[in-house]
Write a protein that binds this ligand. Structure first.
Ligand SMILES: [Zn+2]
Length: 91
């Protein structure tokens, strides 16, 4: 038997799990914020209308950056869910 009481181990396990979830969420958040604007995306991929650069689908979906009503939109592929570009309301 280890000398660390079981409840302490349990609490540590819970905190570690939360830390992992938060870290994953934070990375996804950073990835979204680092996405190019539509103009830059089109230019980088030589496109005139936005398509998915991963699977070439033209069916895209957009969601708010932080929540559903966020005016900063993140556009991703409706077929393969690749993050594509962002739309800023002031741009
Ligand atoms: Zn795709």
């Amino acid at each position: 038997m280890s000398s660390v009481p079981l409840p302490i181990l349990f609490i540590m396990g819970v905190f570690f799990t939360f830390w992992l979830i938060l870290r994953k969420f934070h990375r996804l958040e950073q990835k979204k914020r680092a996405l190019p604007a539509l103009d830059a995306y089109l230019q980088a991929n030589g496109q005139t209308a936005p398509r998915c650069h991963a699977c070439d689908a033209d069916e895209l979906k957009d969601e708010g950056l932080t929540h559903g009503k966020d005016e900063r939109r993140i556009v991703s592929c409706a077929r393969c869910s690749t993050l594509l570009y962002r739309i800023d309301p002031q741009a």
